[in-house]
Design a binder for this molecule. Structure first.
Ligand code: GLU
Length: 306
């Protein structure tokens, strides 16, 4: 348990732990997402919880054929076995539409006709230009009135967080002009429906967390706890690049990638296990896993993958 949890709920009164890993099948599993998979898996299993896998295949233009299957078989090769069936977002469009309709009925949603260029010209964050226009003529994006979104939350890894007020106040998109549901809506509906108790994921989503907590609140649901994991980068501010195969897991022995992922998570293996079979590495990591040892560092340079 993280050190700053204040309310101690007796173990038999706590809801059973349910965690998840939610990859987007826009390509094979890469080193960055392996870190999120391993961290969320170990956290769930160390609490004797369930670990679900959800395929975030909602952004259909970005989905690559066979990527989802490749991701699942890579998880299996690392010994990261998930509980229950995989949930596919592409099969849940009716549910998302139903939730959007409920929010619309509560007057929490409005149509927006602005394009990306207009928003860039306004400084990159949407300034609410269409909020009072009551537009209904398609094509429109549908935005949430985000009033009331907090600028603060407590992260299980990074502790007390202060989010930029302008980011927190942005009326963000729930359904896009092209008719696709946006990540911000579907992630909350899915975490809610899957009764996720704790979200452990990459720190690139840290600043999005208050939005998701607020949406839970508006839907009358209790948000899960959130913990974010450091991102592996080739150099400060530079993502591991997919283009130059920097994070391509197929280039490395499984045990090498798992050992490195554990090192990024602040749980290095002893030298005798660095090249051991992944099942041995994973059982050692599980026995020694402590969320409190995950570095409070947004980015960790991984020179091997540069
Ligand atoms: N699908 C997102 C990704 O692959 C993760 C979303 C989440 O964990 O909330 O980066």
């Amino acid at each position: 348990m993280p050190g700053f949890s204040t309310v101690q709920i007796p173990a038999d009164k706590r809801p059973p732990y349910i965690g998840r890993f939610a990859p987007s099948p826009s390509g094979p599993l890469h080193f960055g997402s392996l870190i999120a998979a391993v961290g969320s898996y170990l956290q769930a299993k160390s609490q004797h919880g369930r670990w679900l896998v959800r395929m975030e295949d909602i952004d259909t233009p970005r989905v690559q054929p066979h990527a989802a299957d490749a991701i699942l078989s890579t998880l299996e090769r690392f010994g990261l076995g998930w509980d229950g069936p995989v949930l596919w977002q592409s099969q849940r469009l009716e549910r998302y539409q139903q939730v959007l309709a409920e929010l619309t009925q509560q007057q929490l949603v409005y149509g927006c006709q602005c394009n990306r260029r207009q928003i860039q010209q306004a400084g990159g964050l949407y300034p609410g230009s269409c909020a009072a226009l009551q537009l209904s003529q398609p094509p429109l994006a549908w935005r949430l009135r985000s009033q009331g979104t907090s600028t603060q939350f407590t992260d299980l890894v990074f502790g007390q967080q202060q989010i930029d007020a302008a980011v927190a106040a942005e009326d963000y998109i729930l359904k896009r002009r092209d008719g696709l549901f946006a990540y911000q809506l579907v992630v909350v509906v899915d975490d809610w429906d899957q009764q996720i108790t704790e979200v452990i994921r990459g720190a690139d989503l840290l600043s999005m967390t208050p939005r998701q907590q607020r949406l839970f609140q508006l839907l009358g649901a209790t948000p899960p706890r959130y913990g974010h994991l450091p991102l592996a980068v080739s150099a400060p501010g530079h993502k591991l690049s997919k283009q130059n195969h920097a994070s391509d897991l197929s280039q490395w022995p499984l045990s090498h990638s798992l050992a490195r992922a554990l090192a990024v998570l602040g749980q290095p293996l002893p030298p005798t296990l660095i090249a051991a079979p992944v099942n041995e590495q994973l059982s050692y990591a599980l026995a020694h896993w402590r969320l409190a040892k995950v570095p409070q560092q947004l980015e960790i340079p991984c020179s091997d993958f540069a």
